[in-house]
Ligand binder design. Structure first.
Ligand SMILES: Nc1nc2c(ncn2[C@@H]2O[C@H](COP(=O)(O)OP(=O)(O)OP(=O)(O)O)[C@@H](O)[C@H]2O)c(=O)[nH]1
Ligand SMILES: [Mg+2]
Length: 303
């Protein structure tokens, strides 16, 4: 039945802010991963499943490559490393508007995965032809790349040729996931991410980088199509907590209002959302709290 069917794992890697999550969402056609203009938005390895005609492409979104400055950063970089293992191809995303950095060169020339590498030169909508050609020229000088495809993930431009390159690298085999699944993340995890995304947009300066979201209640009522969700926005400092709450609670209310709309889409029911801000000092270096928030180094350790 699956004689000519193709199924493969593709690891989507690249520097922070390159547009990896935007691309995964565009390819899958659903919101698998949250997006923001801030670097280091994605913190976990996430699966996005694209069910196409005759193929199932399993995309692994990963955190942006950066130098870890705390245990959360180490967890994120370990997630990238583990995402690169045992895949059929690596889709390396570059932000054309920033040009090729030495970190991009290092990744592409050191080839940290044994899988073939396809480069998506992203944000073509935001650069001149000259800039795009200059990036393409530099990339052409790097040996061993399977393909280089200029795209715009945001505007969904040139995604078909990119998909064709990736499908060509996928082996024949039966699908790994049911055809109606687009991710394996739990609703609880996705709810926490949606709240974090809104906080990333609404908070300023260094505050958003130090927040985590802990879902403390997620229950669907038996008698009515209503879902009650409560969550703590964890901050690193008392001063950050005051910023998260805002004057007369305005900021946390704004986060809740915009999160509620997306949460209702996610669960398909009316959502009653309650948010609290709590301080957990230096949580990004605390194994115990990190584990509580779902960032457990053991989950992404090398084996
Ligand atoms: N102009 C333009 N902007 C884009 C494009 N793709 C992504 N962006 C923007 O780039 C920013 C970063 O996008 P993300 O998808 O969160 O980037 P990421 O690589 O997942 O970032 P991290 O998770 O932090 O590593 C967001 O503001 C996106 O809207 C594109 O094709 N064109
Ligand atoms: Mg991301």
């Amino acid at each position: 039945m699956y004689e000519n069917f193709k199924c493969g794992f593709i690891c989507v890697a690249g520097l922070a802010n390159a547009g990896k999550s935007t691309l995964v969402n565009a390819l899958v056609g659903e919101k698998v991963s949250i997006v923001s203009w801030r670097p280091q938005t994605t913190r976990n390895k996430l699966l996005g499943i694209l069910n196409g005609d005759g193929f199932q492409m399993i995309l692994i979104d990963t955190p942006g490559i950066h130098e870890a400055r705390n245990k959360l950063g180490q967890y994120m970089m370990q997630s990238v490393k583990s995402g690169l293992k045992d895949v059929d191809a690596v889709l390396y995303v570059i932000d054309a508007s920033k040009g090729l950095s030495k970190e991009d060169y290092a990744f592409l020339s050191e080839a940290p995965s044994s899988a073939p590498v396809v480069v998506a030169l992203n944000k073509q909508d935001a650069v001149t032809r000259e800039t795009l050609f200059s990036c393409l020229e530099k990339l052409n000088g790097i040996e061993g790349l399977k393909a280089i495809v200029p795209i715009s993930a945001k505007k969904e431009e040139n995604l078909q040729p990119l998909m064709d390159e990736l499908i060509a690298l996928m082996p024949c085999g039966a699908p790994m996931y049911p055809a109606d699944e687009y991710t394996v993340s739990s609703l609880r995890f996705m709810a926490a991410e949606i709240i974090r995304e809104k906080a990333l947009y609404l908070l300023d300066k260094e505050v958003p980088y130090g927040i985590g979201v802990d879902i403390t209640q997620f229950s669907e009522r038996k008698t009515k199509p209503i879902c009650d969700i409560s969550a703590d926005i964890i901050c690193e400092k008392q001063s950050h907590k005051a910023i998260v709450i805002g004057k007369d609670g305005e900021t946390i209310k704004k986060i809740a209002t915009s999160a509620r709309k997306d949460l209702e889409k996610l669960v398909g029911e009316q959502v009653f959302l309650t948010l609290y801000a709590r301080v957990k000092n230096e949580w990004r270096n605390n194994d115990f709290i990190m584990r509580e928030l779902g960032y457990d180094l053991k989950d992404v350790k090398d084996d």
